[in-house]
Design a protein around this ligand. Structure first.
Ligand code: ADP
Ligand code: MG
Length: 398
């Protein structure tokens, strides 16, 4: 999804006020009646309708008149609210090029006042899953009471909480900087997803480090659940960073063993596919043209075994609660994501990334516990252009 931050420059204080009013209305309405938006926004000189039209033009809102005249936020509208809040907090000042498109997220570079570049992850939970709703998959049939705002916010909060806790325990993860709505701000990871790397200097060390992480996570009471070559970043010094935590579960989860084994298997599969695995299949070694020519000795008999790992418990409860991520949040998101995990295992159909939010119309809305609203008075929005960057536009928000 394209995030045209240029639009930010043209949005006024009133625009953001009305956008926030729609967000507030969405606590209780899937489509927020226009009159309600007007009442919540209560612009001093009226004019809500004109503002709504402007927001609609910039695709920050979606208009729906099927049952009554009303509006709801689009992903873009939600993005802008989160970005604006972060800018107001002084977390970053500019949004740059897109770094990645995940299954259920978009990742962008952002820049701080002193020039430091960070990454933001905008969660889009529901992007693929709501497509699944459309295809009437059983596991989601009775779960459509969660809306994408709520789920994306939960996913971000969970990711932020886990990232922080993992970092404190010395795991190689990005530095968790801040979180608002569905947006997580983190340090920029140097390097590339492992899937893009063809040449490894020390494949054994890399392999052992990665497998060691799965084990160490379990010792801390956690399973990543999406541990694969897409969620492992590696830099030029072959330093590993793991990313992408919204689907993590506790080792006390009833399917813990299956998730653990699957994480391990994903890594083995990747190394098997990409490299000569000496110890197990010598003929394979002779006949296969290895993509990168590096070999790995893997001793599958020394495979991490879930049942023999001494596992800590209570990690989730104690440490995550401190970040505002509650047990209820955990249960809510786990129920939803599990559908996704099962779907991944059983999936036989392709899904595309750019689900149009208008397709999400017929889902019911669960009232949101607490949407974080724009906390302070909006400063005037005069956005200053910083100029073009090599890889894309950068727009400074001043
Ligand atoms: P998803 O949950 O949608 O899979 P990820 O967290 O895995 O999202 O991120 C998707 C991609 O974005 C990654 O594969 C990576 O290329 C890039 N990315 C994510 N986080 C960072 C980061 N902190 N620094 C640099 N690139 C990142
Ligand atoms: Mg990922």
């Amino acid at each position: 999804m394209k995030l045209n931050v240029d639009v930010l420059r043209y949005l006024s204080k009133d625009d953001f006020r009305v956008l926030t009013a729609v967000e507030m209305g969405m606590r209780n309405h899937e489509i927020v009646p226009s009159e309600l938006v007007d009442r919540i926004a209560s612009l001093k000189h009226g004019g809500t309708y004109k503002v709504l039209k402007n927001l609609l033009r910039h695709k920050l809102l979606h208009h729906d008149s099927s049952k009554y005249d009303g509006f709801r936020l689009t992903y873009l509208g939600y993005d802008f609210l989160a970005i604006k809040t972060m800018v107001n907090r002084g977390v970053f000042t500019a949004v740059g090029r897109q770094l990645g498109v995940g299954k259920e997220s978009d990742i962008f570079e952002v820049q701080q006042e002193d020039g430091t570049v960070l990454a933001i992850k905008l969660h889009r939970l529901g992007r693929t899953s709501f497509r699944a709703v459309k295809s009437k998959r059983d596991y989601l049939r009775h779960r459509n009471s969660y809306n994408w705002l709520y789920l994306s916010r939960l996913a971000a909060l969970k990711e932020f909480a886990f990232m922080k806790a993992l970092e404190e325990h010395g795991f190689p993860v990005p530095n968790a900087v801040d979180c608002n709505r569905h947006c997580v701000v983190m340090s920029l990871v140097q390097g590339y997803p492992l899937v893009q790397v063809n040449q490894l200097q020390n494949p054994e060390t890399v392999f052992e480090t990665i497998i060691g992480l799965v084990t160490r996570l379990a010792e801390h009471g956690l399973i990543h659940c999406d541990f694969n070559e897409f969620n492992i970043m590696i830099d030029d010094d072959e330093k590993i960073t793991m990313i992408d935590f919204p689907q993590m579960v506790s080792v006390s989860h009833r399917n813990a063993q299956m998730y653990f084994d699957r994480d391990v298997e994903c890594i083995l599969k990747f190394f098997r596919k990409r490299r000569n695995v000496h110890r197990f299949n010598l003929s394979f070694q002779e006949t296969t043209i290895d993509v990168d020519g590096s070999d790995v000795d893997i001793d599958e008999t020394a495979w991490p075994c879930f049942s023999s790992i001494p596992k800590a418990t209570g990690f989730l409860d104690k440490e995550l609660a401190a970040s505002g991520f509650t047990r209820k949040d955990q249960d809510d998101i786990e129920k939803f994501i599990e559908g996704g995990i099962e779907k991944d295992v059983n999936s036989d159909d392709e899904e595309t990334d750019d689900e149009d939010v208008s397709e999400l119309n017929d889902t019911n809305v669960k009232s949101l516990d607490s949407l974080h609203l724009v906390e302070q008075e909006e400063p005037s929005l005069n956005y200053k252009r910083e100029g073009e960057k090599e890889n894309g536009q950068k727009c400074e928000v001043g």
